[in-house]
Design a protein around this ligand. Structure first.
Ligand code: X5A
Ligand code: ZN
Length: 673
């Protein structure tokens, strides 16, 4: 099981034979540049490489009319003048005698990829194709696209495998109107596209690219358009779009397969998109999608015209599909005003169709009486002293020696006999322990650690933590002895700080009180997800109740935990499941899976002994990059859960800008000028 790469070198054959400044960017070098970068980084060798075969006419007919297919077929024998004349009948299209062959290979590649994933031959994969597909329509080529590779792949997955819910994520910078038209009234395909729009002044200049185009009939709510009205959107804007729009809907939809219209003209340097997102962003977007559909992702290349940016972005995606940890996301995590307005306009347009957006309305800024009394509110004054720009993110890990590719992916340190019977490959069963004197010294302030096996467990955990901090091990799972979880976490925090960690994210579940002497100088972001109450001691010390519904849990993760974690950019994450943590297996797995992103995969999960047997293998799997199990049926968040989240978001927003959801008058879609 791994990642498929589907390709055929014949797809480099089609090219522009005359002068056309609009079309010349769609050139054969796009594919060769991508392959070169994949080879250079040793990524191609790690994939299962499949050679594409041409799609059949019947397969093309899943989307295109026989007349249109015949028309494209006839281009094989046309001369240059005839090709040029025919091309002019379409918008931004060129034909070449090899176009029919290439376009059939492109569709065939997408279908083979879907087959490989849905038969279980691989987890996921990427089809490297030309020509692209998402603009092409039943009877028309459009925007360099001849056959609609991804739309045909979705139809194929429905027909051959009986799938009932397919998510298409179109992160190309152009609106894939071709895909939108095919599934306009089809509720089994959720189509999400963001695109440069500029209030309708950008190609393809369509009113139906705006946020208020939501699908027709039964398909209402299953077309999701996020128009960018300015150029220059960056990592924070893309991340906000995923956290606040795409992922809430995607979890509620619960797809069986994710297809990505993977255009990289949305990346920095691209002449078409003019956006700012760096290649690393695509690693994070990919990783966020990997928690859906059991990790079944089929990506198909669309646009991307800056060869170097394209090559790097594709590498980031493939690396993530292979399960590698994500590189740090650079830049201040502050979405721009225009992005927030766009996000707000989609939320407004889609809210009638999606429960998860209804609960996601703008935060309340003044706490209501339902909220925790006393200490939490009296401490709110502190919040105003923490302004955002005070601590501009220092370069991640500067000064800390963490090597990039540790030989061991995940290590497990256990105190429970019988656990860890069968560990997957590249998982180390950690036997080593810190020196006895060292362990004693760390344990000294905590009586609980001197009981039972407490010191043995701590010795192993210290050793594992050193491995993570030194970069020999990527991530770890360790069990703590009963009654000693809080003490263990306290020691782990001090150990990280003494190693020089600059930003440490502690996500503590269950009854784990905030350590007495917890530094509040911005080095530690303490987030307690527990039974009791929402409370904010400072912009870095936060407590939220554990939601009891899937909807509430997802809102908490997507709307609070991840915006904080990505805004904080931690060196390391300590995820601790303490007494009465109350988390289901699937919830713990999802939390661990998404927390890999902001910390480059450096997570230590500390689990109270009573939970370890149940959780160990799931946690190890997700830390190695496998998909978490499904959360089960979507249950709407309760009013109390929504209220608590709104309160926290409202209080924390001044410091943590990724929490922002524009609190503007609801955006209205205006006619294209
Ligand atoms: C696939 C793709 C863009 C067409 C732009 C025409 N097409 N100006 O990125
Ligand atoms: Zn594009």
């Amino acid at each position: 099981m791994g990642t498929a790469l589907v390709y055929h070198e014949d797809m480099t054959a089609t090219r522009l034979l005359w002068d056309d400044p609009e079309c010349e960017i769609e050139c054969p070098e796009r594919l060769t540049a991508v392959l070169d970068s994949l080879q250079q980084r040793g990524l191609e060798q790690r994939c299962l490489c499949l050679t594409a075969c041409e799609a059949s006419e019947e397969e093309l007919g899943l989307v295109h009319s026989p007349e249109y297919i015949a028309l494209v077929q006839r281009t094989q024998t046309l001369d240059k003048e005839e090709l040029q004349a025919l091309s002019k009948q379409f918008d931004a299209v060129y034909f070449h005698p090899s176009t029919f062959h290439c376009a059939r290979l492109a569709v065939g590649a997408a279908l083979q990829l879907v087959d490989a994933v849905l038969t279980g031959a691989v987890h996921n994969g990427l089809a490297l194709v030309r020509p692209p597909g998402h603009h092409s329509q039943k009877t028309a080529a459009n925007g360099f696209c001849v056959f609609n590779n991804v739309a045909i792949a979705a139809k194929h997955a429905k027909k051959k495998y009986g799938l009932q819910r397919i998510l298409i994520v179109d992160w190309d910078i152009h609106h894939g109107q071709g895909i939108q038209y095919v599934f306009d009234d089809d509720p089994s395909v959720l189509y999400f596209s963001w695109h440069r729009y500029e209030h309708g002044h950008f190609w393809p200049f369509l009113q139906e690219s705006d946020a208020c185009a939501i699908g027709q009939g039964q398909g209402q709510g299953f077309t999701v358009n996020l128009p960018w009205n300015q150029v220059g959107m960056g990592n924070a804007d893309y991340l906000a779009a995923f956290l606040h729009v795409l992922l809430p809907l995607a979890f509620e939809f619960d797809p069986e397969l994710v297809l990505v219209s993977a255009g990289f003209d949305s990346a920095i340097g691209d002449p078409e998109g003019q956006m700012q997102a760096t290649p690393e962003c695509f690693a994070h977007l990919t990783q966020l999608l990997q928690v859906l559909a059991g990790g079944r992702i089929c990506a198909v290349l669309e646009g991307g015209y800056h060869l170097e940016s394209l090559g790097q972005s594709v590498c980031m995606m493939v690396q993530t599909l292979l399960g590698d940890p994500t590189p740090p996301l650079l830049g201040l995590m502050v979405p721009c005003q225009s992005a927030l307005e766009s996000i707000q306009s989609v939320q407004t347009a889609q809210a009638p169709h999606w429960t998860s957006l209804q609960q996601n309305v703008a935060p309340v800024l003044s706490p209501s009486t339902h909220l925790p009394e006393g200490r939490s509110l009296s401490l709110l004054a502190e919040s105003s002293t923490c302004e955002v720009a005070e601590d501009a993110p220092s370069p991640l890990l500067d000064g800390v020696c963490l090597r990039p590719t540790p030989p061991v992916c995940t290590a497990v340190a256990l105190t429970v006999p019988g656990a860890a019977l069968a560990l997957p490959p590249r998982v180390l069963h950690q036997e080593g322990s810190a020196m006895r004197e060292e362990t004693d010294a760390w344990a000294r302030p905590h009586k609980s650690l001197f009981q039972d096996e407490g010191l043995d467990a701590l010795g192993k955990i210290l050793c594992l933590l050193s491995g993570i901090l030194d970069g020999q091990v990527r991530s770890g799972v360790a069990s703590t002895t009963p009654h000693a979880t809080a003490a263990t976490l306290d020691v782990a925090i001090h150990r990280c700080l003494s190693h020089g960690a600059q930003r440490l994210l502690c996500v503590a579940l269950g009854q784990l009180d905030r350590p007495q002497d917890l530094a509040d100088d911005g080095r530690i972001l303490w987030l307690n997800i527990m039974g009791k109450e929402a409370a904010i001691w400072s912009m870095f010390h936060i407590s939220t109740p554990l939601p009891q519904t899937t909807g509430g849990f997802l809102s908490c993760i997507l709307g609070l935990v991840l915006p904080l974690a990505y805004g904080f950019q931690p060196d390391v994450v300590l995820m601790t499941l303490g007494p009465a943590h109350g988390l289901q297996n699937a919830e713990a797995a999802l939390l661990a899976a998404v927390l890999r992103g902001p910390a480059g995969g450096r997570i230590l999960a500390l689990v109270e002994e009573e939970s370890i047997l149940q959780l160990e293998s799931t946690l190890v799997q997700v830390l190695r990059g496998e998909a978490p199990p499904s959360l089960g049926p979507f249950l709407m968040a309760s009013p109390e859960e929504i209220q608590a989240l709104r309160f926290l978001k409202g209080q924390l927003e001044p410091r943590w800008k990724l929490l922002q959801v524009a609190a503007l008058p609801p955006g209205q879609c205006s006619p294209v000028a």
